[in-house]
Write a protein that binds this ligand. Structure first.
Ligand SMILES: Cc1ncc(COP(=O)(O)O)c(C=O)c1O
Length: 425
């Protein structure tokens, strides 16, 4: 670079930093700690112990501890490869319409009143994370004074996403440590005490990290208070079909809200239920009050997509699109889903069986009553530290384990490690 160009760059950075003596725009930029989940995975990879167990990352593993490409996904990938009509042109700004329509019908039900009245829309995004962020950015645009309430605890990214959009984010109590279940009364209190018109982020099923979902009766009471207080329900649905093995059962709460006349957002992820983690395939589905509103909201979400990602990626959406729109492939997918859900359910009971055999102090029933990918074990931070250092078992500091990381080869060892830390740490 010439001397004058160097001087010019220096002048620009001094100007941007607002400091005439600063030499760099980046001088005041702090180094942030690593994302806890990805830092945990890195520590696991670096561990040379042959018996190490990774229960940190929420990704499905088969009984050999390996990532699983769903057979139905493999099959569709093969046919996409052979389909000479496909090319790499841009998708529309809101994605592949046959995919987003099918995605909306999958969560709302094809017989949903919102579908019949065309009061819905779907916009494709970069998986569940992108869908939550798109919804959050849009809500901030139209109502920046609303407070967003997320559950305590919740998926670690919720606070960052809604906070980065600009919202004030507060929490509602969700976990009752004494019962190792839902803090239902406190949850209802938060709903009642939050300012009118707050945004409540709700996990549609398989709550992350606790694995504890409200019962149908509890959902009804939650919906009644949300209606009374004019709050906005923003569902995050990262595990449809993964929790119970049934798509309809896992969509119950969302469908109940729509039947009850709510406008809602649902951020849908295909990372877990299709195993398409790195393909970043997701959809923000919206239910409005009128068809015209659906048209208007779509146009606004397109505007946001255009300025953030321009248009979404095709590969994962083409796979999901093929499966959701073909009855034979769909049936195969449901079978694949059941395989994953049932393996996890089996690991829950195996884990409890070993703890019972070991006469590990305390009650462990919550491991089998919780659902989905995760279990909130109730282990303390100190116990988590010891289990990692002594037994090479990796889990988040809050005692959450990804059940998918357990298999017939390691579940007994895991139970023995839990038994040790419960007695000694
Ligand atoms: C509650 C919840 N929401 C959203 C996501 C988003 O995942 P992805 O962006 O991979 O679809 C996750 C993933 O762990 C999650 O647990």
């Amino acid at each position: 670079m010439s001397t004058s160009a160097t001087n010019r760059t220096l002048a620009i950075s001094q100007h941007l930093s607002g400091n005439a003596t600063a030499v760099s725009v980046f001088e005041a930029v702090e180094n942030l700690p690593l994302d806890p989940i990805f830092a945990l995975s890195a520590a696991y990879v670096a561990d040379a112990d042959s018996n190490k167990i990774n229960l940190g990352i929420g990704a499905y593993r088969d009984n050999d501890g390996k990532p699983w490409v769903l057979p139905v996904v493999r099959q569709v990938e093969q046919s996409l490869l052979n389909d000479k009509s496909l090319n790499h042109e841009y998708l529309a700004i809101d994605g592949l319409r046959t995919f987003t329509d099918a995605s909306a019908k999958m969560i709302l039900g094809s017989e949903s009143i919102a579908v019949k009245e065309k009061r819905f829309l779907g916009v494709q995004q970069i998986s569940g994370t992108g869908a939550v962020r798109l919804g959050s950015d849009f809500l901030f645009k139209i109502n920046k004074n609303a407070t967003v309430y997320i559950s305590d605890p919740t998926w670690g990214n919720h606070l960052q996403i809604f906070g980065d959009s600009g919202f004030t984010v507060k929490t509602y109590k969700y976990w009752n440590a004494a019962t190792r279940g839902l803090a239902f009364d406190e949850f209802l209190e938060s709903l009642k005490n939050a300012p009118l018109g707050s945004i409540f982020v709700l996990h549609a099923c398989a709550h992350n990290p606790t694995g504890v979902d409200p019962t149908h009766e509890q959902w009804k009471q939650i919906a009644a208070v949300i209606k009374e207080r004019k709050h906005f329900p923003f569902f995050d649905c990262a595990y449809q079909g993964f929790a119970s093995g049934s798509l309809a059962q896992d969509a119950w709460a969302v469908r109940y809200f729509v039947e009850s006349g709510f406008e809602i957002f649902v951020a849908q992820s295909y990372s877990k239920n299709f195993g398409l983690y790195s393909e970043r395939c997701g959809c923000l589905t919206v239910v409005t009050s009128t068809e015209q509103q659906a048209i208007n909201v779509r146009s606004q979400l397109c505007r946001l997509n255009r300025s953030s990602i321009s248009n979404p990626p095709a590969y994962g959406a083409r796979i999901v699109n093929a499966v959701l729109n073909d009855p034979t492939l769909f049936t195969e997918w449901e079978e694949n889903l059941r395989t994953m859900a049932h393996r996890i359910i089996k690991m829950r009971s195996e884990c409890v069986r070993h703890l019972t055999d070991l006469k590990t102090p305390g009650s462990w029933d919550h491991i089998t009553s919780q659902i989905g990918m995760f279990s909130y074990t109730g282990l303390t931070k100190a116990q988590v530290k010891v289990i990692k250092e002594k037994f090479h078992v990796y889990m988040t500091d809050n005692g959450r384990i990804s059940m998918a990381g357990l298999n017939e080869g390691n579940v007994k060892r895991f139970a023995e490690a839990v038994d040790y830390v419960v007695r000694n740490a």
